[in-house]
Design a protein around this ligand. Sequence first.
Ligand SMILES: [Zn+2]
Length: 234
Amino acid sequence: MGKGDIVIKYLLKFLFPPKCIFCKKLLPTNTEIEVCTECYDKITFYSGELLYTGDYIKIAWIDKVICLCEYSGIIKDAVIRYKFFNKPGYYRTFAKLLSKKVKKMTNSLFFDIIISVPLHSDREKERGYNQSYLISRLVGKEIGIPEASGILERTRNTPKQSLLGKEQRGLNIKGAFKVNNADKVKGKKILIIDDILTTGSTLSECGRVLTEAGAKSVTAAVIASGKKHLGKVY
Ligand SMILES: [Zn+2]
């Protein structure tokens, strides 16, 4: 970053001081993560211990899932605003919290690349951004792993998973993804980012396609999940 960029960054922070994404309270200009202490304390974080119940959930084709927190309360409200009410700037808070968690739970240098669950281009156009990609880009930067989301593509626009039951979700998503460049996947240890873990059918399908293209391992990291128990959910 050049001197000019640093000046601009500080000016922007004074003009647009950081705000807690949950309660909009103004925060000091040197704030690293845009969440106030009161809201932080309201989040139900899953334990930081490796393999502790709640942090790892078994999903077919996915080695393990790192989950930041429970999908409830202020997190649930903020994720809904982030996805459906045009609040792309929230990615900074989610990505920084998730990066800390990934660093704490794994040797982040273990991963070769980081990617996000792709949206179909029609859905991305409608929303204006891919919420998981914004997060994976910053998580990649924070933990020092190259972002390579382009290797996985969504070929089919599927009905919204949230409107379907568990079995339909699995069928709905089957065959919806393809690997663009198998050379970039072969032998790689991949970290894949998604926002919410529900049944795990989307991540599982991404894991299947990546594994069949030769990925060495596929680990998932998500912001939140309603699943609290270790066990097979998909
Ligand atoms: Zn707050």
